[in-house]
Ligand binder design. Structure first.
Ligand SMILES: CC(C)(COP(=O)(O)OP(=O)(O)OC[C@H]1O[C@@H](n2cnc3c(N)ncnc32)[C@H](O)[C@@H]1OP(=O)(O)O)[C@@H](O)C(=O)NCCC(=O)NCCS
Length: 157
């Protein structure tokens, strides 16, 4: 497998073919291309980063800064490239940029069965703070709301 060398960079409209293909691959209710486009055109823009390998996007993170909160809407890494630290690089850079803009806490929702993602988030100090019963429309699964205090730490660049 090729060495992972590319650092996260801002998502652009030209990335959306790859991003939408990963959405279709991984999620039962994928975000639409229009949803990503609207986020990229928003002002101030959504914080959206990608990691690419050999010219193709292999993972991305999308989140919104709302006053002192960074709400992470989506983190995804294409199946064949999982387990190599791509999600960690995306989250570390996303949180670092958010903290530069005054963010103090990060929040997200995750499926209660998604042990892999929960394990990832626990690395960053995310802890469960609430349950949204039946949050996911495809199967009625609960969402765990997780929160991390991020403003009191230094995030690697
Ligand atoms: C969750 C996801 C983003 C992780 O991406 P990744 O690039 O494979 O993650 P990383 O390689 O950076 O691993 C980071 C951490 O995730 C956790 N993790 C990875 N694989 C795991 C597994 N099989 N079981 C439990 N935890 C796991 C570990 O804590 C790992 O850290 P470690 O390697 O130091 O132990 C990826 O699996 C994915 O895209 N899943 C499908 C989409 C999804 O569920 N997104 C989250 C929506 S809330």
């Amino acid at each position: 497998m090729p060495t992972l060398s590319a650092n996260p960079r801002a998502m652009e409209l030209c990335d959306l073919d790859d991003v939408c293909a990963i959405e279709m691959e991984l999620f039962p209710t994928p975000w639409s291309r229009e949803a990503f486009e609207a986020d990229l055109k928003r002002s101030p823009p959504t914080l959206a980063l990608v990691v690419e390998e050999q010219g193709r996007v292999i993972g991305y993170v999308v989140g919104w800064i709302i006053e002192d909160e960074f709400h992470i809407g989506n983190v995804a890494v294409t199946t064949k490239r999982q387990g190599r630290g791509v999600a960690k690089r995306l989250l570390t850079e996303g949180i670092r940029i958010a903290c530069e803009q005054g963010v103090r806490m990060a929040t997200l929702e995750v499926r209660s069965s998604n042990e892999r993602a929960i394990g990832l988030y626990e690395h960053y100090g995310f802890r469960p703070v609430a349950i949204r019963r039946g949050y996911y429309s495809d199967n009625g699964e609960d969402a765990i709301v997780m929160l991390a205090d991020v403003g009191d730490r230094t995030w690697g660049g």
